[in-house]
Design a binder for this molecule. Structure first.
Ligand code: F0G
Length: 466
């Protein structure tokens, strides 16, 4: 291994275990099953050595911060990855040279001035996880879980997906010469995502069911065949996804923003980000926690209902329906983990309508950033949290944008052409609310006069506060 990795060795804490979130049973890291052998609940990665270090005076937070910063100048593959740069907070591999990395992470933090005005907060930022190699946050988790699949000697990896997981998994498998099996709900994922899986060589099965149905089929397939499950129930996925929060806090010079807001689907990402926040506090990297809030689409609001109707104690599943296909999920697998971190950080859960989401997506686009529909629920949800007084005007807020605008161009085109809600009950409401942001492409004769006229017309309608 390289000098950088070697120089960090005294601090490396990577001895990890898998612990069941239900019964607490503990097993060795690297286990093949992603569920507890005793009770069937989900597993999580824990780091008992952190405590040992703590008894000997604690992991040196300042030293960790220094090493992580120093690695940013390195050309070593692990250091170039925005995930493995933080490897002291990740499970260690037996052989670091076996890591599969596309140099994921290292995603930008942007200010969102227009969106801040629309939501009524002064300090609004977006951490854009859609700027990852395959265009979504999934890459940060996939680099870790796929590397463990390779270490485990698996020839096949598999996932059920609403599109982004499959795109990411297929890419990482291809890089390592592993085969990948993708189960997706037929007709319910975007072409952008589907085409990625195909190009990266996945065996792609479109099942005549929804995401939850795909998940059920896959659970059975992994029982019957030697394939490794790379959905976010895989605890190693969440370890990689944690690093978005570490990167964020590093960017804020370890002073936590007041709020972090994340979209919720299968609830792996919110669980991962929350785990990172709690671990950073435990390690002394930060002294204060941001509140982590999760936003869902009204039509796929299992977590919202679980909190409101069952006090977070029992999953309330729903029949999911939303145009944000990425989060069209009715039975989120990681709901228990998500409830735990929302409660531990004092966050909120909220839901937004399709029109609210579409408006928010266009507003994020108008700030020159753009994202996929599922990501935009964060801004739409923030508006509600501000109205409710949960987020105060002068508090700092970070939206986690999970996917790239180009993942779902169909949604965006329909929005601008005014077709998105055509023939639906929301048509009238949508027309009133969305029209100011619609920019339909024009078909003109090929002469300068026609273009100049279009320009003059557009100039008269320049947004006043732009
Ligand atoms: N945003 C995007 C763009 C997503 O693709 C997903 C999930 C989420 C948000 C929700 O994240 O599931 O961790 O709560 N997509 C998964 C997939 C389910 O298969 O690509 P979550």
């Amino acid at each position: 291994m390289t000098d950088q990795a070697a120089s960090a060795s005294q601090l490396e804490t990577g001895v990890s275990q898998l612990r069941c979130i239900g019964c607490g049973a503990v097993g060795e890291s690297g286990a093949k099953s992603v569920r507890c052998a005793q009770c069937g609940d989900l597993l999580e990665v824990v780091y008992p050595e952190w405590k040992t270090h703590a008894r000997a005076g604690g992991l040196d937070a300042a030293a960790l911060k220094g090493i992580w910063r120093q690695r940013r100048t390195s050309f070593n593959a692990l250091d170039e990855s925005g995930v493995w740069r933080f490897r002291e907070m990740l499970p260690a591999l037996q052989d670091w040279n076996r890591v599969i990395t596309l140099r994921e992470g290292n995603t930008p933090l942007y200010e969102l001035p227009g969106c801040g005005r629309a939501a009524g907060v002064k300090l609004l930022y977006a951490k854009h996880q859609g700027m990852n190699p395959t265009g979504s946050f999934k890459d940060t988790g996939m680099t870790v879980a796929a590397s463990f699949a390779r270490q485990g000697g698996f020839r096949w990896v598999a996932c059920a997906s609403t599109g982004n997981t499959s795109a990411s998994m297929a890419a990482y498998a291809a890089r390592a010469g592993m085969r990948s099996l993708v189960l997706i709900p037929q007709g319910q994922i975007t072409w952008g995502k589907l085409s990625q899986a195909l190009d990266y060589g996945a065996v792609t099965c479109q099942l005549k069911t929804d995401f939850d149905g795909c998940m059920r089929v896959l659970d059975e397939v992994v029982q019957r065949m030697p394939v490794y499950l790379l959905n976010s129930v895989n605890p190693y996925r969440l370890e990689g996804q944690k690093t978005a929060a570490v990167e964020l806090l590093e960017r804020f010079e370890w002073e936590a923003p007041d709020h972090v807001i994340v979209p919720g689907g299968n609830l792996g990402n919110s669980s991962a980000l929350g785990k990172a926040l709690l671990e950073m506090k435990e390690l002394g990297l930060i002294s204060r926690l941001p509140k982590l809030s999760v936003i869902q689409a009204e039509g796929a609001n299992a977590l919202v209902r679980t909190m409101r109707e069952a006090g977070g104690k029992k999953l309330v599943s729903v029949q999911a329906e939303t145009m944000a296909t990425a989060i069209r999920i009715g039975s989120p697998a990681s709901w228990k983990k998500a409830v735990r971190v929302i409660e531990a950080t004092g966050g909120a859960v909220e839901q937004v309508s399709e029109v609210e989401m579409a408006l928010a997506k266009a507003e994020i686009g108008a700030d020159g950033i753009g994202c996929e529909p599922a990501s935009a629920v964060t801004l739409a949800g923030l508006k509600k949290l501000v109205q409710q007084g949960f987020v105060k005007k002068n508090e700092s807020v970070v939206l986690i944008l999970t996917g790239n605008l180009l993942k779902d161009p169909d949604f965006t085109l329909k929005f601008h052409r005014g077709d998105l809600f055509a023939g639906t009950e929301q048509e009238e409401e949508a027309e009133a609310v969305l029209a100011p942001l619609q920019r339909a492409p024009m078909v003109l004769d090929a002469n300068a006069t026609a273009v100049v006229k279009a320009l003059e017309y557009a100039d008269r309608f320049e947004p006043k506060d732009a």
